[in-house]
Design a protein around this ligand. Structure first.
Ligand code: AR6
Length: 168
């Protein structure tokens, strides 16, 4: 499996699925969630509402899949990262579960390429180094049948951290 690193906007990436750093309501928000809903349009929100009506949103660490609407990607996998609470609330394990569950959904749907943002490191304030180490380690430990995973960093600081950890 190829691991790729990109500095940029995840809504522009053409892959089987892009991952969204959502919240438990699945109804959209700020950050990458806002950008994905704006670019994907009504179809993405309608699918989220359908899932919400069926199962009542999405728990922290879990993931759900929807259409990608007007995005270039085929699907959006929405996962809910933990809000950083000084390491007092099993945040590492919850973040690890986000990546594990996104990989599991990708596997279930036979997806080959997936792009992932730096979950929890924006509004949820998870320390960036620590989050990047968890992201890379988890993806490497749970290979699935994906051919390519693109880590999409939106800020230069995250990009530098990933670049360093991936040994580029
Ligand atoms: N493409 C790629 N990455 C992005 C983009 C983009 N277009 N925009 C922001 N990022 P955040 P969280 C990066 O805050 O911390 C929302 O309101 C950003 O720089 O989007 O998991 C949800 O509804 C950061 O590195 O998500 C939740 O309520 C990373 O994406 C809450 O925020 C994650 O930052 C989730 O907080």
């Amino acid at each position: 499996m190829e691991l790729e690193l990109v500095l940029g906007d995840i809504t522009k990436i053409e892959v089987d699925a892009i991952v969204n750093a959502a919240n438990t309501s699945l109804l959209g928000g700020g950050g990458v969630d806002g950008a994905i809903h704006r670019a994907g349009g009504k179809e993405v929100l309608d699918d989220c509402i359908r899932i919400r009506n069926r199962q009542g949103g999405c728990k922290v660490g879990e993931a759900v899949i929807t259409t990608a609407g007007k995005l270039r990607a085929k699907h959006v996998i929405h996962t809910v990262g933990p809000r950083w609470n000084n390491g007092q609330s099993n945040e590492d394990e919850k973040l690890r579960n986000c990546y594990i569950n996104c990989l599991a959904i990708a596997q279930e749907h036979g997806l080959k390429t997936m792009a992932i943002p730096n979950i929890s490191t924006g509004i949820y304030k998870f320390p960036k180094e620590r989050a990047a180490a968890i992201a890379i380690e988890t993806v490497q430990k749970h290979p699935a049948d994906l051919h390519r995973i693109v880590f999409v960093c939106f800020d230069a600081e995250n990009y530098a951290i990933y670049n360093n950890l991936l040994g580029n």
